[in-house]
Write a new protein. Sequence first.
Length: 254
Amino acid sequence: MALGTPLPLLLSTVDSGYEIERSLRFNKDDSNYLDYTPSGDGSLTTWTWSCWVKRGQIRKAQTSNIYAAHQYLFLAQPTGFGGHNSIYWRQGDNPDDADADCLTFSYYGGSGSTDFSVTTTAKYKDIAGWYHIVAIWNTTTATANDRMQLWVNGVRLTSLAWNNQPTQNLDSYINDASHVHSIGRRTHDTSGYVDGYLAEINMVDGSSLAPSSFGETNSATGQWVPIDTSALTFGTNGFCLLYTSDAADERSSV
């Protein structure tokens, strides 16, 4: 496991008095990433992933494999190439491509299968500010358009370049114990490294949670800011990564 450098992070809110104190630096040139494999299956039909992200270098050298050039925030994939779920910044074949710097939440079922994905029309090129990303997978719902959702800074993204929703009750690869779960890279070919800072990653296994479980609008500034998530029920394979060595905190630390 390779780690970037933890750095101070202040994302305070007047309303709740909560602030995220530290982040983790992912430098793509150093191939930084986190990996884990669940010891058993969690919920494959319902989960929520939340992360605060500050982008670094948004361009990578072009490659013959465009998928290897994307920047993968979260991915579950077997050690060999196969079915996987992923959340990633798109690269595009060149900086002017329509989908370059868009955000994608995808399901790839393997060769010959139907793939499902949600991709934004919005481009995320700001390297100074923080984005709060929430991805929701809930295939139990009868409302087809709600089975895969992307939210940024408390707003659901409905202007989409692609919106191909999964079938009802489809199992994801997230929370599947046969898949390596990676933060910051693509697993099977060790590519697609993220460049930037990640802070307070919450993975909630078994629940479909709104962004209000992780953040709120600051009444004084109008900005979307974090709240304390320690009271959440994280489920079988859930976790919260704070990037702190404070052993007194009940949540996971790095």
